[in-house]
Design a protein around this ligand. Structure first.
Ligand code: GCW
Length: 712
């Protein structure tokens, strides 16, 4: 009877019919099709040590091995003679130094790990210098098991390339999430500190599994309340849950907090009383959270208070906060997303404000720069600040949440978009000065380095709303640990861990993921268009938008379409934003014939009749891009249609429905944009294409009031 039940159970666990809600993320430990080859590597497994981190590692390994093999495992705390798997540090186990080379141990630093079985035949060791390194190693080993990698002759030496690997939550204290499309904030401030939702632990597990080591809990449009005692007690409770997983908490600091909650008259960073107030606040925070990470600050941007309110500079403000945190080894991440001073071109403003301050920030400050000069558009050239501040560590801010890229309903795998930026050459120190090398500190020898992703997590059961949005959280973690990973590798791992190892599913879906960025760019903003979405909520196309007070909030400011052509002239004869790049890039981007077509309208006002590389005119190319992308989107829907038998029905159907929404919205973007741009080009949409089913007026009168994630 027992045998029959076991057979039935194992059948159920691999049956594609079983519904799954996606809560497990990529930490999905379902029984492998054939776990037998694993057994020899997992005899009497031992994880040495007794810290809370090691306890977490042991618990994870137990869960993973039992789930993946279908047998129950007990993890030992010291090896026995039969042990074929051992994890630990030289301090926690005398065996470890005999199983790994001291050279490797010296190379991996504080967070790295070694996985090897080449030194002692038959025994697999996970070794690190710290317990957190052991935890990272164990998560990596679990990934190898989940994705069915060969375990013979393993020799992996892995150490993170970037120090601060963070999620920035734009979560408000009332549990709304700015630009959040996955439900309410996962931080239940009302229940904290007394109720510790299991989600907090699962969040920490997921982050640790991909190397994320910090979370900024609150929105950069900050509320000073979070710095008051009752909230700090709640923060302490979260920090306690995260600590065993190596995750530090950070908060956003509202610059006017000394006035708003401190009762002071000023928040002037050069005022002694203000400085003292922040010092005491820092002391209070560290008394509750001894490993508190530090502050993230948005200042003098979009209405946030900042040092310029007192005629001080960003450096004055950042250094004042850094001085308060430095005794406790906390850091300040000061955002460069500013465009308050009117300039001839919003593109140029962050550079204009920040480059004069290069070298004036304290060593405990990083300047956090969005990947592009404007604002997380589907495709932007990289921000010219990268490479232009050699005396200041710059960290990368990517946006996981899809504010401008389909919000909650479009399948977009962001790794290719991140890679495009990381691989871009700034030429700051000659050719090969990539952004990856700029932000990992290696180019300018900075001890501090960082990469952050604006979180896409909410309280939806599957965390991120769209099942495929989880892949962007995953990608951020993996790339911040190792920015040399290819998008294909990341997609492959994630798919296998999250869905199945079956190549009949993995191969076509990987293709869909890898093409998704180009596809989305082409049905929304091809050829370097940008910022042509609706005001406010940013959902859907509104290239005609021209009603807001500030010119640089209006789509027409960005595309500049007129009867002669389309695009923003940023060359010498225009705003000359191009001068902010290295001469090599100026020469390339500045030349209409050499400029990559992906960036064309970012830098040139292109005549409608201009011959593109394809031989088509600019107008024909615009039509072609929109139509080719919507056609490809149809092909994606069709391809997904074939895949139902490989995965569970619940996630399959959700994705299927979302893909249909995406297709509908892609066609909406195409029709609205082409009909509008046609009013300038005065050319027909070529007859080979299916013509828009509504006139422009129809698209112009569409209104959406209750779109999720709107800023207050
Ligand atoms: O992209 C814009 C968003 C704002 C956001 C701002 C920022 C948090 O529309 O909602 O505010 O960027 O990054 O500060």
């Amino acid at each position: 009877m027992k045998a029959i039940i076991t057979i039935l159970l194992s059948f159920v666990s691999i049956s594609p019919i079983q519904a799954e809600n996606g809560y497990e993320l990529w930490l999905r430990y379902h029984r492998l099709a054939d776990p037998r080859p694993l057994a020899q590597f997992l005899t009497a497994p031992a994880v040495c040590g007794n810290s809370p981190v090691i306890a977490a590692a042991r618990e994870e390994l137990t869960k993973a091995l039992s789930g993946l093999t279908g047998h129950s495992y007990t993890i030992l705390s010291t090896p026995n003679p039969r042990t074929s798997f051992i994890a630990g540090t030289p301090a926690s186990s005398r065996v470890i130094p005999t199983l790994v080379s001291s050279h490797d141990l010296a190379a991996i630093g504080e967070e790295g790990f070694i996985i090897t079985n080449t030194i002692s035949n038959g025994r697999t060791a996970i070794a690190a210098n710290t317990d957190i390194g052991v935890l990272y190693g164990i998560f990596h080993f679990i990934r190898l098991l989940q994705t069915q990698q060969p375990l013979q002759r393993l020799h992996i030496v892995s150490t993170p390339k970037i120090k601060l690997r963070l999620l920035d939550h734009w979560d408000n204290l009332d549990r709304t999430v700015e630009r959040g499309y996955a439900g309410a904030s996962i931080w239940n401030w009302h229940h904290l500190p007394d109720v510790l939702d299991q989600r907090y632990t699962d969040y920490a597990r997921a982050n640790a599994s991909i190397g994320i080591n910090g979370a900024v809990l609150t929105n950069v449009n900050a509320d000073a309340q979070v710095l008051t005692r009752p909230y700090l007690e709640k923060v302490k409770a979260l920090a306690g849950v995260f600590r065993p997983y190596g995750i530090k908490v950070y908060l956003t600091a509202r610059f006017s907090a000394p006035v708003e909650i401190g009762g002071l008259r000023t928040a002037d960073p050069l005022n002694d009383t203000v400085q003292l107030w922040w010092k005491e606040k820092a002391r209070e925070i560290y008394s509750l959270v001894p490993d508190f990470g530090g502050f993230l600050v948005k200042a003098n941007s979009e209405g946030q208070p900042g040092p310029q309110d007192y005629s001080r500079t960003h450096a004055d403000g950042a250094n004042m906060l850094a001085a308060a945190l430095a005794p406790f080894r906390g850091i300040v991440m000061w955002r460069a997303f500013v465009y308050s001073q009117q300039s001839s071109d919003r593109f140029k403003q962050a550079y204009e404000e920040f480059t004069p301050l290069d070298g004036r920030f304290s060593p405990h400050v990083l300047v956090q720069v969005k990947n592009g000069p404007i604002d997380f558009q589907p495709r932007e050239p990289f921000s010219p600040l990268f490479g232009a501040m050699p005396h200041t560590p710059l960290m990368m801010e990517f946006q996981l949440t899809q504010e401008y890229t389909g919000q909650g309903t479009h399948l977009l795998f962001e790794a290719p978009m991140f890679r495009e930026v990381l691989d871009a050459d700034t030429y700051s120190k000659g050719s090969g000065s990539t952004i990856a090398r700029t932000i990992d500190g290696s180019l300018d020898q900075f001890p501090l380095s960082g990469m952050a992703g604006v979180s896409n997590i909410g309280s939806d059961i599957n965390w991120c709303g769209h099942p495929f949005a989880q892949a962007n959280w995953y990608a951020l973690g993996r790339l911040s640990w190792d920015h040399s990973l290819s998008s294909a590798q990341i997609a492959d791992e994630w798919l296998r861990q999250t869905f199945t190892n079956d190549p009949a599913f993995v191969v076509p879906v990987k293709k869909i993921m890898l093409r998704s960025h180009d596809l989305l760019v082409n049905y929304m903003t091809p050829l370097g268009l940008a910022h042509i979405m609706y005001n406010g909520h940013h959902y859907g196309p509104m290239p005609w938008g021209n009603s807001l007070g500030r010119p640089d909030w209006n789509p027409v400011y960005y595309h500049r379409a007129d009867s002669t052509g389309i695009g923003f002239n940023r060359t010498e004869t225009g705003s000359n934003a191009l001068s902010q790049y290295a001469p090599e890039l100026q020469a390339q981007f500045g030349n209409l014939d050499r400029c990559p077509e992906e960036y064309l309208f970012w830098f040139h006002h292109v005549p409608w009749q201009h011959r593109m590389r394809s031989g088509r005119t600019c107008w024909e190319e615009l039509c072609y891009r929109y139509y080719a992308a919507t056609d490809s989107m149809k092909a994606v829907v069709q391809a997904w249609g074939e895949l139902g038998k490989y995965i569970d029905t619940e996630r399959y159907h959700l994705v299927q429905q979302l893909l249909n929404v995406q297709l509908k919205e892609a066609i909406w973007w195409r029709n609205a944009c082409l009909l509008y741009f046609q009013t300038f080009s005065r050319k027909p949409i070529p007859g080979v294409y299916e013509q828009p089913d509504h006139p422009l007026e129809y698209y112009r009168q569409l209104r959406f009031v209750f779109v999720p994630g709107q800023s207050k």
